[in-house]
Write a protein that binds this ligand. Structure first.
Ligand code: LLP
Length: 422
């Protein structure tokens, strides 16, 4: 899907701009996809995923780029990134299986185990057998013991709590949260002990989601702490993984991340490290490659504001309800005049709102596009209020394909059984 002439970020490489704004998506094409497939509908542009990968990888030419699959596990997206040369970081055995199903080779897959249920470790150990090269990243001594109990002696990476957190919301600042990684001060000893039983290949840390121009100091700090650790231990590591969290502009007046400065800051903090740098972008690769289309069903004037009722809700895109996240919204049908609205979904909860937006001349049946929905959108959708999950369409140039059909009520109730007492 090509950008329209009203592209709002001039000065970029016109073939691969730093950001694709909502205004850059061709409205007629989106309208016709909504017409053909119904709403709510996620549209993911694989061409833009490719551009994002290429731009990111060229900013970090000597690093291994591992896509954080949790942002978007669509097979179509995973295949696209695999074909570009990306590796992948998976948060569960399920994601790891999906990465292999999409064609990634073992050596390009890292599984990051966070308090892993027994079944996850069982499956991860099997997968490591089937796909030599798989790396398992652990964040607790317990997890190391549980892997040893399962006879695993393969590639191991230790997740360290770097003590520095960053993020767009307190709920996504992992770096200083005791839940993630082993305490920094105990890491060296743990690594050296683990090396007796496993192939210790790397160390890992993730500060959280939201590296932006303002918090490069956190990023620098994390990278230099990880490098200090790598130098302090008596092991030669293949890689130092500094996680993801590369921010994207959700507001139309926010500037895109200056990747070159981030890469430069990373290089400076790395110094003369003799190991490969690994970076794990999630949203950076997919957020602006996706929009969510939703149809207006209610226009309600009130004394305070006009309420626009739409068919997508917190079950379709959870980020606004969960993190007060801002997603820009545009009326594909509307022209001036613009009015102040609050946009709300069909879920019976007051948190089911996309916030206040200035919308052009909204009318019942208009289709609204919600921007930056390619990351943590469909991925976090739920069936609350017995709302079937939406469909997902991928586009690539002029082509389009449904990659997730719209769920039915039958899908919502598929696992339910009559009570049969035992
Ligand atoms: N690496 C690790 C180990 C992670 O835990 C994450 C995200 C990433 C990489 C990728 O972070 P990103 O580059 O996408 O910011 N649902 C939240 C984000 C939770 C992220 C959890 N971990 C949201 O919608 O903002």
């Amino acid at each position: 899907m090509s950008a329209t002439s009203e592209s709002s970020d001039e000065g970029n490489d016109p073939d691969n701009p730093d950001v694709r704004r909502l205004a850059d998506w061709p409205p007629e094409r989106l309208e016709s996809l909504a017409e053909e497939h119904g709403t709510p509908l996620y549209v993911i542009d694989l061409g833009r995923v490719r551009e994002n990968y290429q731009r990111f990888a060229s900013a970090f030419p000597n690093a291994d780029v591992h896509f954080a699959a949790k942002a978007n596990t669509s097979r179509a997206v995973l295949r696209t990134l695999e074909a570009e040369g990306s590796s992948v970081e998976c948060a569960s055995a399920g994601e790891t299986e999906r990465a292999f199903a999409a064609g990634f080779e073992g050596e390009h897959v890292h599984y990051t185990a966070v308090n892993p249920p027994a079944e996850d470790l069982d499956r991860a150990v099997e997968l490591a057998d089937e796909h030599p090269g798989l790396t398992i990243t652990v964040g607790a001594e317990d997890t190391i013991d549980r892997l040893a109990e399962r006879g695993y002696d393969g590639r191991l990476c230790l997740r360290v709590n770097p003590g520095v957190g960053a993020g767009h919301h307190e709920k996504v600042r992992t770096g200083a949260d005791a839940k993630f990684g082993v305490p920094y001060d105990s890491a060296a000893e743990l690594l050296e002990t683990a090396a007796d039983e496993f192939a210790v290949v790397g160390i890992h840390a993730h500060a959280g989601s939201g590296i932006s121009g303002d918090d490069l100091s956190n990023h620098r700090e994390l990278v230099s702490r990880m490098c200090k650790l790598a130098r302090d231990i008596d092991l030669s590591l293949e890689f130092v993984d500094v996680g993801g969290g590369f921010g994207v502009p959700y507001h139309p007046d926010e500037s895109p991340l200056d990747l070159d400065s981030v890469a430069e800051a990373t290089r400076e903090a790395l110094g003369d490290l003799d190991a490969t740098l690994v970076v794990e972008p999630g949203r950076y690769l997919v957020a602006d490659a996706g929009v969510l289309l939703t149809r207006v069903n209610t226009v309600k004037e009130t004394a305070e504001i006009t309420v626009l009722g739409v068919d997508a809700g917190m079950t379709t895109l959870a980020r606004p309800a969960l993190y007060d996240a801002y997603h820009h919204v545009r009326n594909l049908a509307g022209d001036a005049p613009e009015i102040e609205t609050t946009i709300a979904g069909p879920i019976c909860e007051s948190s089911d709102t996309f916030g206040e937006h200035t919308i052009a001349n909204p009318d019942r049946d208009d289709v609204l596009a919600i921007g930056n929905a390619g990351a943590y959108g469909y991925e976090m959708a739920s069936q609350y209020n017995s709302r079937p999950r939406p469909a997902v369409v991928v586009v690539d140039g002029d082509r389009s394909a449904v990659v997730n059909r719209r769920e039915t009520l039958g899908d919502v109730t598929a696992t339910e059984a009559e009570v049969v007492w035992q």
